[in-house]
Structure formats: C-alpha cells, structure tokens
Design a protein around this ligand. Structure first.
Ligand SMILES: O=C(O)CCC(=O)C(=O)O
Ligand SMILES: [Fe+2]
Length: 319
C-alpha cells in the first residue's frame, strides 16, 4: 500500500457504520447561513446548442455486467462510463466556477481525499437548482445515460461540490479514494483547468465491481478531462472510481446525481448516506427518499415543472 501509485480503498461495510458515527458527531456548517447573491441566472443557452461531445463510452454490458439494473432496459443501453466534453458554453463554465468558488466558504472539512465539500448545493444556488431542473439539461444528461433522468430525489445526495488541496504525505496513504457512489447516475464535472492544479487525476476501474482489485493497476484508466467543464459520467454504484491526491493548487468539481423515474429501484443504502451526513439527518431523508422513489415518472417530472422525458426522445438527436 505504500507504492505511490496505489490508492487506498474507501470504507465499506462496518467501516461505513463507523464513518456514520463520526459524521454524526462532527459539526457541519449550517447551509442556510450562506446567501449567494448570484450574478447570473440559469439559461438553457448556457448549454452548447450542438450538444456535448461524448467519448470513451462504455456501457454496463461492456464493463462486464450481464444483469441490468432496470427490467426491460438492456445492459448495453445503459452507460457505465463516458467522458463528456463541451456540454456548457464558456459563459456557462465561468458561471459554475464562480458559484462553486463562492460556496467554498461554507464548505465542511472532509476526511477522505477531498479536502472540503459542500453537499445539498441545489438548496444554496438557484442557478444550479434551475440547471438540474431544466428540461434541456436533463435531456442532454439522459441521452448520455441512455435512460430518462430526474434530479436525484434526496437533496443532500443530489449535488455536491468537492474542493481538493494537497494533503501532508503521511495522511495521503490512510485516506480512502477508491469507492462506488450511493447513487446510480452521476455526472462529475471538473471545474478547475489543468493549469490550476497537479495530481488529482480521475481514475476508474475498467470492469465490474466484483473484478475490482485495488492493487491491480492494469485495470485502471485515467479519464481524459482536459478542459474546465469537462465531465465524467458514471453509473456510480457499479463503477469503482476515485480522484488521486492533488499535489499542488486546488481542484474543484461539481458532482450531480440523477435518478431514472421509470423504475422504483435505487442502490443507495442507509449507511452510505449516514456516512456522509450523520445518522440524525439521514433518518428523515431516508424516509423521504423511499417515498419519492415510488411516485410515477409523470409525477416526478410534474414536481420539477417539466414535461416527462421519454425513452423514445433519447434517440432523436437534434430534436
Ligand atoms: O470530485 C470528483 O471529481 C469526483 C469525486 C467523487 O467520486 C465523489 O464525490 O463521489
Ligand atoms: Fe464518487
């Protein structure tokens, strides 16, 4: 584990329960105390009109899965990992950078490789909230995913901003990095440019969760995220991934989670959420999540005020 290329594995099982207790005892800053005077409102023309350039796509089937998470949707119709370039215009990227930089002030310290992070960002930024509820934005992400999406029903797990700084070398080894997410459809948007930091590469295991071996770097790939605003789309609960330690500068990223409202299934586990938010906050959130997952797709779309996105629409490019 001391090899510098090796990344440690984030806690699973009992480790998650321990982390949940730790998160419960730690005081987190009050989100509501932050007031962002936002300069720019979300507009759909902050998305590039021609749509994003999506490369290096692997479906869940191509990653090695034979079982689909959703009945009636083939494993080869669902994206397991894809690199997304040029989703936003330059103005869109600049607006996100500005908002996320300003939200750092209220960010909590984080124990693992991320130095600081802010969860529940859609409750703090109407720009990001409006973006996530925009039909054009959701349609673009749904096309990348292969299934229609809505913002993840639970506020805390829906959006977070990660801020990474260099950590002292002695701490780097013990901090977790390899992990799977509690949510399924996850867009990791890197907002810093390559000149802003070194290290901090986004790694993922090119295979299934069962074939993951933290010591076998031959199956690891580095996502090619070159420009600020580039993103890695992942089926987060089925793809081991992690960010290597930042060696200099700051790396800032916005992580958004989505849900496919046509199916009631969800991978998130109570202890996964509790390890992030502490036990008291997770209990009501968890009950709300179970409730929300059983609403019809039509109602889930109506709640965010848009017409349902359908499976058919995903294949009509330029519609
Ligand atoms: O910050 C990133 O780019 C991704 C971090 C990550 O995997 C996570 O927050 O779950
Ligand atoms: Fe993750």
């Amino acid at each position: 584990m001391n090899h510098s290329n090796t990344l440690s594995l984030f806690e699973r099982g009992v480790g998650r329960v321990k982390l949940a207790l730790k998160s419960t005892l730690k005081r987190t800053p009050r989100a509501s105390s932050i007031c962002l005077g936002e300069q720019v409102a979300w507009r759909d023309d902050l998305l590039r009109r021609q749509g994003p350039t999506v490369t290096d796509t692997r479906t869940l089937g191509e990653l090695g899965y034979s079982q689909s998470p959703h009945s009636k949707v083939a494993v080869d119709a669902i994206t397991g990992v894809a690199v997304v370039h040029r989703l936003f215009t330059l103005e869109g990227v600049a607006a996100l950078q500005d908002i996320c930089a300003r939200l750092e002030e209220g960010a909590g310290d984080s124990d693992w490789i991320i130095s600081r992070r802010t969860r529940g960002v859609t409750g703090l930024s109407s720009f990001i909230n409006d973006m996530m509820c925009s039909r054009s934005f959701l349609l673009a992400i749904s096309r990348i995913a292969g299934v229609p999406l809505v913002p993840y029903p639970m506020l805390n797990a829906r959006s977070q901003i990660n801020y990474y700084y260099p950590k002292p070398v002695e701490q780097q080894q013990q901090l977790g990095i390899w992990h799977t997410d509690g949510t399924n459809y996850v867009l990791n948007i890197v907002l810093s440019g390559p000149a802003d930091y070194s290290g901090g590469e986004f790694l993922f295991h090119n295979g299934t969760v069962d074939t993951f071996d933290a010591l076998d770097y031959r199956t690891f790939e580095t996502a090619r995220l070159d420009e600020p605003g580039d993103a890695l789309f992942i089926y987060g609960s089925r793809l081991f991934h992690g960010v290597r330690p930042v060696l200099s500068g700051r790396r800032m990223s916005l992580v958004l989670s989505f849900h496919c409202p046509y199916f009631g299934d969800d991978s998130n586990r109570f202890w996964h959420l509790a390890s992030d938010d502490g036990i008291p906050a997770t209990i009501p959130n968890w009950l709300g999540l179970r409730w929300a997952l059983h609403r019809s797709a039509v109602r889930q779309y109506a709640r965010i005020g848009i017409q349902p996105i359908t499976f058919e629409e995903l294949h009509h490019i330029g519609a």
